[in-house]
Design a protein around this ligand. Structure first.
Ligand code: KIV
Length: 269
């Protein structure tokens, strides 16, 4: 743990964005990898409900419970020092509305989260406003939202046609107006992700399979380390380039910072 580094705040991340420095985010689920990623200079750690797939072996994120997210958030919190800590609100832990979302967010923040992430636009706008007014920083998530995988018809690129792109831009604007500080854009065309960032300069967009025009990038840790099955097209195996996990994580951070990741040739669309 590099306790000489100053822990990052939302303000520090905004300053990073304002000076054009890309924000490097990785998922983490336990204290050991959180410590390693933090030491490698990762700016944000996301306790993603992707843990349902990469840790638990499910085919989707839907089975993950709030209790499991609280457990892993506490583990990651105990391992990190500098990185900003975001935790996913899992499926069913916010869908009933603002009060339920606040209760779920309190559980995650008491476990160490500094920001909560929820998926979707439209109906989530009053929920985001309710949290932000009560001092809970929010990261929204648009594009391919894995908790809606069945409704979306699979793991497909979103916002390809004009109507889909216009809807996503409108939802992003509404979420920004409601006070979301960060927005994950997953599996959307690079031009659309760049347009969302340009529309909302006060929002930190974090892309995954969304090209290079976002303020930052996020990858699932296991994908970045080349673990698991066939990775999505946009993923780079940093372990193949580095001799150790520490080296691979350092290469991920360096590649996000110098703009060599994501590679436009590997982008989905
Ligand atoms: O759960 C997760 O890991 C995520 C990322 C893919 C952004 O939401």
């Amino acid at each position: 743990m590099n306790e000489t580094a100053k822990p990052l705040t939302l303000h520090a991340l905004r300053t990073m964005q304002a000076r054009g420095e890309h924000i490097a985010v990785l998922t983490a689920y336990d204290a050991t990898f959180a410590r390693a990623a933090d030491a490698a200079g990762v700016d944000g750690l996301l306790v993603g409900d992707s843990l349902g797939m990469v840790l638990q072996g499910h085919a989707s994120t839907l089975p993950v419970t709030l209790a499991e997210m609280v457990y892993h958030t506490r583990c990651v919190h105990l391992g990190r020092w500098r990185a900003w800590l975001i935790a996913d609100l899992p499926f069913g832990s916010y869908h009933e509305g603002p009060e339920q979302t606040l209760r779920s967010s309190v559980a995650l923040m008491q476990a160490g989260a500094q920001m909560v992430k929820l998926e979707g636009g439209g109906w989530t706008v009053p929920v985001v406003r309710f949290l932000v007014e009560r001092g809970v920083p929010v990261c929204a998530h648009l594009g391919l939202t894995p908790q809606s995988v069945h409704a979306l018809g699979g793991w497909r690129v979103q916002g390809r046609d004009d109507a889909g792109a216009a809807l996503l831009r409108q939802q992003a604007r509404e979420l920004a107006e409601a006070g979301a500080a960060m927005l994950v854009l997953e599996l959307v065309p690079a031009a659309l992700a760049a347009a969302v960032q340009a529309d909302n300069p006060g929002l930190m967009t974090i892309g995954i399979g969304a090209g290079a025009g976002t303020a930052g990038q996020v990858l699932v840790l296991h994908d970045a380390l080349g673990l698991g099955g066939k990775p999505p097209r946009f993923v780079r195996n940093f372990m193949a380039e580095g001799g150790s996990i520490a080296d691979a994580l350092g290469r991920y951070v360096a590649a996000v910072k110098d703009g060599s990741f994501p590679d436009p040739a590997l982008h989905a669309c």
